[in-house]
Design a binder for this molecule. Structure first.
Ligand code: SAM
Length: 296
Protein backbone atom coordinates (compact mmCIF):
# COMPACT_ATOMS: atom_id res chain seq x y z
CA UNK A 1 0.00 0.00 0.00
CA UNK A 2 1.27 3.48 -0.86
CA UNK A 3 1.85 5.92 1.99
CA UNK A 4 -0.38 8.62 0.50
CA UNK A 5 -3.47 6.56 -0.30
CA UNK A 6 -6.65 6.06 1.64
CA UNK A 7 -6.93 2.41 2.60
CA UNK A 8 -10.13 1.21 0.95
CA UNK A 9 -9.88 -2.06 2.85
CA UNK A 10 -9.96 -0.07 6.11
CA UNK A 11 -12.87 2.03 4.81
CA UNK A 12 -14.85 -1.10 3.89
CA UNK A 13 -14.26 -2.66 7.31
CA UNK A 14 -15.95 0.42 8.77
CA UNK A 15 -18.69 0.51 6.11
CA UNK A 16 -19.56 -3.17 6.64
CA UNK A 17 -19.62 -2.68 10.41
CA UNK A 18 -21.89 0.33 9.95
CA UNK A 19 -24.25 -1.61 7.65
CA UNK A 20 -24.65 -4.54 10.04
CA UNK A 21 -24.94 -2.29 13.08
CA UNK A 22 -28.10 -0.78 11.49
CA UNK A 23 -29.71 -4.20 12.06
CA UNK A 24 -31.26 -4.50 15.50
CA UNK A 25 -30.06 -8.00 16.30
CA UNK A 26 -26.38 -6.94 16.11
CA UNK A 27 -26.78 -3.92 18.36
CA UNK A 28 -26.54 -5.72 21.76
CA UNK A 29 -22.93 -6.66 20.91
CA UNK A 30 -21.68 -3.08 21.29
CA UNK A 31 -22.27 0.03 23.38
CA UNK A 32 -24.33 2.71 21.64
CA UNK A 33 -21.20 4.87 21.59
CA UNK A 34 -19.47 2.34 19.30
CA UNK A 35 -22.41 2.25 16.89
CA UNK A 36 -22.47 6.07 16.88
CA UNK A 37 -18.70 6.19 16.25
CA UNK A 38 -19.08 4.30 12.96
CA UNK A 39 -22.14 6.28 11.99
CA UNK A 40 -20.21 9.55 12.36
CA UNK A 41 -17.20 8.03 10.68
CA UNK A 42 -18.97 6.85 7.52
CA UNK A 43 -20.65 10.24 7.19
CA UNK A 44 -17.22 11.91 7.32
CA UNK A 45 -15.46 9.72 4.72
CA UNK A 46 -14.49 11.28 1.39
CA UNK A 47 -17.04 10.83 -1.45
CA UNK A 48 -18.07 8.38 -2.82
CA UNK A 49 -17.39 6.27 0.30
CA UNK A 50 -19.62 8.45 2.46
CA UNK A 51 -22.66 7.72 0.25
CA UNK A 52 -22.85 4.34 2.00
CA UNK A 53 -24.08 6.26 5.04
CA UNK A 54 -27.25 7.18 3.18
CA UNK A 55 -27.82 3.96 1.25
CA UNK A 56 -27.13 1.44 4.01
CA UNK A 57 -29.84 3.02 6.11
CA UNK A 58 -32.41 1.38 3.80
CA UNK A 59 -33.39 -2.16 4.68
CA UNK A 60 -33.69 -3.24 1.01
CA UNK A 61 -30.20 -1.91 0.20
CA UNK A 62 -28.73 -3.78 3.17
CA UNK A 63 -30.46 -6.98 2.05
CA UNK A 64 -29.06 -6.59 -1.46
CA UNK A 65 -25.60 -5.82 -0.08
CA UNK A 66 -25.65 -8.84 2.23
CA UNK A 67 -26.90 -11.09 -0.56
CA UNK A 68 -24.14 -10.00 -2.98
CA UNK A 69 -21.42 -10.19 -0.33
CA UNK A 70 -22.49 -13.67 0.74
CA UNK A 71 -22.50 -14.79 -2.88
CA UNK A 72 -18.96 -13.59 -3.53
CA UNK A 73 -17.26 -14.27 -0.18
CA UNK A 74 -19.50 -15.99 2.37
CA UNK A 75 -18.71 -15.02 5.94
CA UNK A 76 -16.85 -11.83 5.09
CA UNK A 77 -19.54 -9.53 6.48
CA UNK A 78 -20.09 -11.26 9.80
CA UNK A 79 -16.35 -11.71 10.39
CA UNK A 80 -16.03 -7.90 10.62
CA UNK A 81 -18.57 -7.56 13.43
CA UNK A 82 -17.19 -10.70 15.07
CA UNK A 83 -13.59 -9.52 15.12
CA UNK A 84 -14.50 -6.13 16.60
CA UNK A 85 -16.64 -7.89 19.24
CA UNK A 86 -13.92 -10.39 20.17
CA UNK A 87 -11.09 -7.87 20.19
CA UNK A 88 -12.92 -5.33 22.32
CA UNK A 89 -13.81 -8.05 24.88
CA UNK A 90 -10.26 -9.43 24.91
CA UNK A 91 -8.78 -5.96 25.39
CA UNK A 92 -11.28 -5.22 28.18
CA UNK A 93 -10.26 -8.41 29.95
CA UNK A 94 -6.59 -7.38 29.78
CA UNK A 95 -7.42 -3.87 31.03
CA UNK A 96 -9.27 -5.48 33.96
CA UNK A 97 -6.07 -7.48 34.64
CA UNK A 98 -4.06 -4.24 34.91
CA UNK A 99 -2.88 -3.55 31.33
CA UNK A 100 -2.90 0.22 30.98
CA UNK A 101 -1.28 1.05 27.64
CA UNK A 102 -2.87 0.15 24.28
CA UNK A 103 -1.19 0.31 20.89
CA UNK A 104 -3.16 -0.37 17.73
CA UNK A 105 -1.06 -1.10 14.63
CA UNK A 106 -2.60 -0.30 11.22
CA UNK A 107 -5.57 1.13 13.11
CA UNK A 108 -7.46 2.34 10.03
CA UNK A 109 -10.91 3.66 11.01
CA UNK A 110 -11.22 1.36 14.00
CA UNK A 111 -12.89 2.61 17.20
CA UNK A 112 -10.92 0.61 19.80
CA UNK A 113 -8.30 3.14 20.87
CA UNK A 114 -10.82 5.98 20.95
CA UNK A 115 -13.10 3.77 23.08
CA UNK A 116 -10.40 2.90 25.62
CA UNK A 117 -9.10 6.48 25.73
CA UNK A 118 -12.55 7.45 27.10
CA UNK A 119 -11.95 4.86 29.85
CA UNK A 120 -8.67 6.47 30.94
CA UNK A 121 -6.28 4.11 29.13
CA UNK A 122 -3.29 5.63 27.29
CA UNK A 123 -3.82 4.70 23.65
CA UNK A 124 -1.68 5.04 20.54
CA UNK A 125 -2.47 4.28 16.92
CA UNK A 126 -0.04 3.68 14.08
CA UNK A 127 -0.96 4.00 10.42
CA UNK A 128 0.33 5.19 7.06
CA UNK A 129 0.44 9.01 6.61
CA UNK A 130 -2.81 9.58 4.68
CA UNK A 131 -4.79 7.32 7.01
CA UNK A 132 -3.29 8.88 10.14
CA UNK A 133 -4.20 12.36 8.84
CA UNK A 134 -7.80 11.32 8.06
CA UNK A 135 -8.25 9.76 11.49
CA UNK A 136 -6.89 12.82 13.29
CA UNK A 137 -9.20 15.05 11.24
CA UNK A 138 -12.21 12.81 12.00
CA UNK A 139 -11.58 12.76 15.75
CA UNK A 140 -10.98 16.49 16.07
CA UNK A 141 -14.08 17.30 13.97
CA UNK A 142 -16.51 14.78 15.43
CA UNK A 143 -15.23 14.48 19.00
CA UNK A 144 -13.91 17.95 19.89
CA UNK A 145 -13.18 18.36 23.57
CA UNK A 146 -12.88 14.60 24.17
CA UNK A 147 -9.55 12.90 24.91
CA UNK A 148 -8.10 11.32 21.74
CA UNK A 149 -5.54 8.59 21.19
CA UNK A 150 -2.13 9.71 19.90
CA UNK A 151 -2.02 8.94 16.19
CA UNK A 152 1.46 8.19 14.93
CA UNK A 153 2.42 8.16 11.27
CA UNK A 154 4.26 5.02 10.30
CA UNK A 155 4.66 3.31 6.97
CA UNK A 156 6.26 -0.11 7.13
CA UNK A 157 8.78 -1.37 6.26
CA UNK A 158 10.29 2.05 5.41
CA UNK A 159 9.76 3.23 8.98
CA UNK A 160 11.03 1.35 11.96
CA UNK A 161 8.55 0.44 14.68
CA UNK A 162 11.09 0.23 17.49
CA UNK A 163 12.52 3.68 16.68
CA UNK A 164 9.00 5.08 16.63
CA UNK A 165 8.17 3.49 19.99
CA UNK A 166 11.32 4.91 21.56
CA UNK A 167 11.02 8.35 19.89
CA UNK A 168 7.54 8.85 21.30
CA UNK A 169 7.70 10.63 24.66
CA UNK A 170 4.61 8.89 26.06
CA UNK A 171 5.06 5.26 25.01
CA UNK A 172 6.45 3.66 28.14
CA UNK A 173 8.34 0.35 27.68
CA UNK A 174 7.83 -0.61 31.32
CA UNK A 175 4.02 -0.48 31.29
CA UNK A 176 1.76 -3.47 30.76
CA UNK A 177 1.00 -3.03 27.08
CA UNK A 178 -1.62 -4.46 24.74
CA UNK A 179 -0.67 -4.50 21.06
CA UNK A 180 -3.52 -4.96 18.59
CA UNK A 181 -2.88 -6.06 15.01
CA UNK A 182 -6.35 -6.40 13.52
CA UNK A 183 -6.36 -7.07 9.78
CA UNK A 184 -2.86 -5.58 9.64
CA UNK A 185 -0.12 -8.20 9.32
CA UNK A 186 -1.93 -9.58 6.23
CA UNK A 187 -0.73 -6.52 4.30
CA UNK A 188 2.94 -6.88 5.23
CA UNK A 189 5.67 -9.17 3.88
CA UNK A 190 6.48 -12.11 6.20
CA UNK A 191 9.90 -10.65 7.07
CA UNK A 192 8.25 -7.35 8.08
CA UNK A 193 5.75 -9.20 10.30
CA UNK A 194 8.61 -11.10 11.90
CA UNK A 195 10.54 -7.86 12.47
CA UNK A 196 7.46 -6.19 14.06
CA UNK A 197 7.05 -9.10 16.47
CA UNK A 198 10.74 -9.05 17.39
CA UNK A 199 10.68 -5.31 17.97
CA UNK A 200 7.60 -5.52 20.20
CA UNK A 201 9.38 -8.19 22.24
CA UNK A 202 12.61 -6.17 22.45
CA UNK A 203 10.99 -2.85 23.35
CA UNK A 204 8.42 -3.74 26.00
CA UNK A 205 9.88 -5.14 29.18
CA UNK A 206 6.63 -6.25 30.84
CA UNK A 207 5.40 -9.24 28.78
CA UNK A 208 3.30 -7.40 26.16
CA UNK A 209 0.02 -8.98 25.13
CA UNK A 210 -0.63 -9.31 21.41
CA UNK A 211 -4.20 -9.50 20.07
CA UNK A 212 -4.09 -10.43 16.42
CA UNK A 213 -6.34 -11.61 13.63
CA UNK A 214 -5.15 -14.05 11.01
CA UNK A 215 -6.51 -15.12 7.65
CA UNK A 216 -5.38 -18.60 6.69
CA UNK A 217 -6.27 -18.27 3.00
CA UNK A 218 -5.30 -21.90 2.40
CA UNK A 219 -8.49 -22.90 4.27
CA UNK A 220 -10.71 -21.11 1.74
CA UNK A 221 -11.96 -22.88 -1.42
CA UNK A 222 -9.92 -21.63 -4.39
CA UNK A 223 -12.71 -19.47 -5.89
CA UNK A 224 -13.25 -17.58 -2.61
CA UNK A 225 -9.47 -17.24 -2.12
CA UNK A 226 -9.33 -15.66 -5.58
CA UNK A 227 -12.24 -13.30 -4.76
CA UNK A 228 -10.56 -12.24 -1.52
CA UNK A 229 -7.18 -11.55 -3.10
CA UNK A 230 -8.66 -9.86 -6.19
CA UNK A 231 -10.93 -7.55 -4.20
CA UNK A 232 -7.93 -6.32 -2.21
CA UNK A 233 -5.81 -5.93 -5.37
CA UNK A 234 -8.59 -4.00 -7.06
CA UNK A 235 -8.18 -1.19 -4.49
CA UNK A 236 -4.36 -1.12 -4.89
CA UNK A 237 -3.59 -3.07 -1.75
CA UNK A 238 -2.00 -6.47 -1.51
CA UNK A 239 -2.31 -9.47 0.79
CA UNK A 240 1.28 -10.45 1.42
CA UNK A 241 1.20 -12.58 4.54
CA UNK A 242 -0.36 -15.67 2.99
CA UNK A 243 0.41 -18.21 5.71
CA UNK A 244 -1.42 -21.17 7.21
CA UNK A 245 -2.37 -20.91 10.88
CA UNK A 246 0.39 -23.39 11.74
CA UNK A 247 2.95 -21.26 9.98
CA UNK A 248 1.75 -18.14 11.86
CA UNK A 249 1.87 -20.06 15.14
CA UNK A 250 5.44 -21.07 14.30
CA UNK A 251 6.42 -17.45 13.65
CA UNK A 252 4.89 -16.39 16.96
CA UNK A 253 6.78 -19.06 18.84
CA UNK A 254 10.05 -18.13 17.05
CA UNK A 255 9.58 -14.58 18.30
CA UNK A 256 8.79 -15.91 21.80
CA UNK A 257 5.07 -15.27 21.85
CA UNK A 258 2.96 -17.93 23.49
CA UNK A 259 -0.67 -18.26 22.40
CA UNK A 260 -3.17 -18.32 25.27
CA UNK A 261 -6.39 -17.99 23.26
CA UNK A 262 -7.06 -19.08 19.69
CA UNK A 263 -10.57 -18.68 18.27
CA UNK A 264 -11.40 -20.12 14.85
CA UNK A 265 -14.22 -19.29 12.44
CA UNK A 266 -16.41 -22.18 13.57
CA UNK A 267 -16.21 -21.28 17.25
CA UNK A 268 -16.70 -17.56 16.55
CA UNK A 269 -19.74 -18.28 14.32
CA UNK A 270 -21.35 -20.43 16.98
CA UNK A 271 -20.83 -17.86 19.70
CA UNK A 272 -22.04 -14.86 17.73
CA UNK A 273 -25.04 -16.80 16.37
CA UNK A 274 -26.05 -17.62 19.97
CA UNK A 275 -26.22 -13.93 20.85
CA UNK A 276 -27.56 -12.45 17.62
CA UNK A 277 -29.59 -15.36 16.17
CA UNK A 278 -28.16 -14.50 12.77
CA UNK A 279 -28.00 -17.10 10.03
CA UNK A 280 -24.81 -15.55 8.65
CA UNK A 281 -21.54 -17.36 9.34
CA UNK A 282 -17.90 -16.32 9.70
CA UNK A 283 -15.36 -16.59 6.88
CA UNK A 284 -13.49 -19.90 6.83
CA UNK A 285 -9.81 -19.60 7.75
CA UNK A 286 -10.37 -16.57 9.99
CA UNK A 287 -8.78 -16.57 13.47
CA UNK A 288 -8.47 -14.20 16.43
CA UNK A 289 -5.74 -14.91 18.95
CA UNK A 290 -4.18 -13.64 22.14
CA UNK A 291 -0.48 -14.25 22.73
CA UNK A 292 1.92 -13.12 25.42
CA UNK A 293 5.63 -12.73 25.23
CA UNK A 294 7.13 -15.73 27.03
CA UNK A 295 8.71 -14.99 30.39
CA UNK A 296 12.51 -15.05 30.45
C1 SAM B 1 -7.62 -3.83 6.40
S1 SAM B 1 -7.17 -2.35 7.11
C2 SAM B 1 -7.54 -2.71 8.82
C3 SAM B 1 -7.86 -1.48 9.60
C4 SAM B 1 -8.22 -1.73 11.08
N1 SAM B 1 -7.16 -2.38 11.79
C5 SAM B 1 -9.51 -2.50 11.21
O1 SAM B 1 -9.42 -3.73 11.34
O2 SAM B 1 -10.58 -1.89 11.19
C6 SAM B 1 -5.39 -2.36 7.07
C7 SAM B 1 -4.74 -1.13 7.71
O3 SAM B 1 -3.32 -1.30 7.69
C8 SAM B 1 -2.71 -0.13 7.20
N2 SAM B 1 -1.51 -0.53 6.45
C9 SAM B 1 -1.45 -1.37 5.38
N3 SAM B 1 -0.18 -1.49 4.95
C10 SAM B 1 0.57 -0.71 5.76
C11 SAM B 1 1.97 -0.40 5.83
N4 SAM B 1 2.82 -0.94 4.95
N5 SAM B 1 2.40 0.42 6.81
C12 SAM B 1 1.52 0.96 7.70
N6 SAM B 1 0.20 0.73 7.69
C13 SAM B 1 -0.28 -0.09 6.73
C14 SAM B 1 -3.74 0.50 6.28
O4 SAM B 1 -3.54 1.90 6.13
C15 SAM B 1 -5.04 0.16 7.00
O5 SAM B 1 -5.40 1.15 7.91
Amino acid sequence: MKADQISQTAAFVAIKFYGLSRIERFQPLFDDSVVTFYEKLIRSLPAPLRYYHYWLDFDWVRRLYIWSEELLLPGDLLHIVARKWYIQRMAKQLVDEGYDQLIVLGAGFDHLSYHFTQHGIDCFEFDAPKMAALKRHFLSNCYPGQPHPDIITSHLPADDLKTEFSDHPRIDPSRKTIIVAEGFFDYLAPETVSRCLQQIRQYFSHNPALISTHFALNELPSFYRWVFKSSVKLVNEQLQFDRSIDSYKHLLSETEFEISQLHDAQEISTEIQKVTHTNLSVLDGFYVLLAHQQSE
